[in-house]
Design a protein around this ligand. Structure first.
Ligand code: GAF
Length: 400
């Protein structure tokens, strides 16, 4: 991974806290990125297609092996709170401290999969905005898996680090998410998005046009009822698949849907139509992006947003306002849609780099006035997935 200023600051802070709190210098620095999904929303758990890229907002760990069986973790972003657990004892959910459950879940799942290791000392910090739909949880799950892989030379693939993280989230933390977030965090590629087939987990790199900026705007609308609404959408999709007699909505074409739509409950039909059309849009978008066809990409993103708003019903007013505002600025020269699980959170826009300042100016001038909320804007690059941070020693980073 190449260092940028944002990651350099995180490396500095995990390393110096490691030395201050744990009393010695860490052996390894490991990172895992957040992600932005360009298109393909709520398709992953329907065995469909997604097109995310890893971004230059990350979770970074400083770590060393221990000779005993204790995992000791310092959360730099939670006032250096220290938590520890013993991997030879039952690993149980902590009702009072949420962040440690992601670490515990990942370690427990690694042990359940048969990997063997001792304890570790870990400091962790991140700059992926939390609760914004940019996968801060997946970045934490993946960086912890990657840390044990690195410290103990585990023969675990990047795909299995992702699956292990998803299992931790599903079974230990209790959110029934799909595989997209963990997989892009583990396998992302610089300057590329990945078309992921969420049934086979095959990934196809899609190069990002050079003259295209990726801009994420956080509505800062607090995401409400996320887990319960998410799980309801999943159940509705599963219900539709049952009616069609298939394993997942991935197996239903648009023509088949139209022929049998009357057999579905009205709301279930809307949910299914979103997923089926979104899968199709996502495959088309991968082709459009690799052909630098931004006009087509923009129209697919617009259709995706309308489908999330009208059929899947996961957008909120503030997000719709932002999308319309940005669309007005970029016209057919780019694309914009909500990104992530929904019910608040972020939009993603692609546009020529020369437009970024004027789009920022419009949003800064109008969004707060129209919604009472202040946005946050991140201009991102597509980054590599999780790995050890090379070309830097722990002490160099502290003194840099
Ligand atoms: C969340 C989930 F974690 C993903 O698996 C995916 O379903 C996404 O929402 C919606 O596309 O990020």
């Amino acid at each position: 991974m190449t260092k940028n200023n944002k990651s350099q600051a995180l490396i500095h802070s995990v390393t110096s806290v490691f030395i201050d709190v744990l009393g010695y210098a860490p052996r390894k620095i490991i990172q895992a990125p957040g992600r932005v999904n360009l298109i393909g929303e709520h398709t992953d758990y329907n065995d469909g297609f997604v097109l995310p890229c890893a971004i230059d907002y990350q979770t970074i760990v400083a770590a060393s092996c221990r000779e005993d069986s204790i995992v000791r973790v310092v959360a730099v972003d939670y006032s250096n709170e220290v938590k520890e657990f013993d991997i030879t004892q039952p690993i149980i959910f902590d009702q009072d401290c949420m962040w440690i459950n992601y670490v515990k879940g990942v370690v427990k799942c690694l042990l359940d999969r048969g990997y063997e290791f001792n304890g570790a000392d870990i400091t962790v910090s991140g700059n992926v905005p939390q609760g914004a739909g940019l996968s801060s949880s997946a970045a934490l799950e993946v960086v912890i898996g990657q840390t044990f892989k690195t410290l103990y030379s585990l023969t675990i693939t990047q795909q299995d680090i992702a699956l292990n993280g998803q299992q931790a989230e599903n079974q230990f933390v209790g959110c029934n998410c799909g595989i997209m977030d963990q997989l892009i965090s583990a396998e992302g590629k610089a300057n590329h998005a990945l078309l992921i087939d969420c049934r086979t987990l095959d990934t196809t790199p899609v190069s990002m046009p050079e003259d295209m900026a990726v801009v994420i705007i956080n509505s800062n609308k607090k995401r409400g009822l996320v887990d319960s609404e998410y799980n309801t959408r999943r159940e509705q999709c599963e219900e539709a698949a049952r009616v069609f007699g298939v394993k997942a909505l991935r197996d239903v074409t648009i023509d088949q849907f139209n022929e049998r739509v009357n057999e579905l409950d009205e709301m279930v039909a809307k949910r299914a139509r979103h997923v089926i059309t979104e899968n199709d849009r996502t495959e088309q978008a991968a082709l459009a992006l690799s052909a630098d066809d931004i006009k087509l990409m923009g129209s697919l993103m617009a259709a995706s947003h309308a489908s999330m708003r009208d059929d899947f019903e996961i957008t909120v007013r503030e997000v719709d306002v932002l999308v319309d505002m940005v669309k007005e600025c970029i016209g057919e020269d780019g694309g914009v849609r909500m990104t992530g699980g929904g019910f608040g959170g972020c939009i993603v826009a692609i546009m020529p780099p020369a437009m970024v300042d004027s789009v920022k100016a419009v949003v800064e001038a109008r969004y707060e006035a129209e919604t009472g909320l202040k946005e946050s804007i991140y201009v991102c690059k597509a980054m590599p997935g999780a790995g050890e941070v090379v070309g830097i020693t722990a002490l160099e980073s502290v003194t840099a």
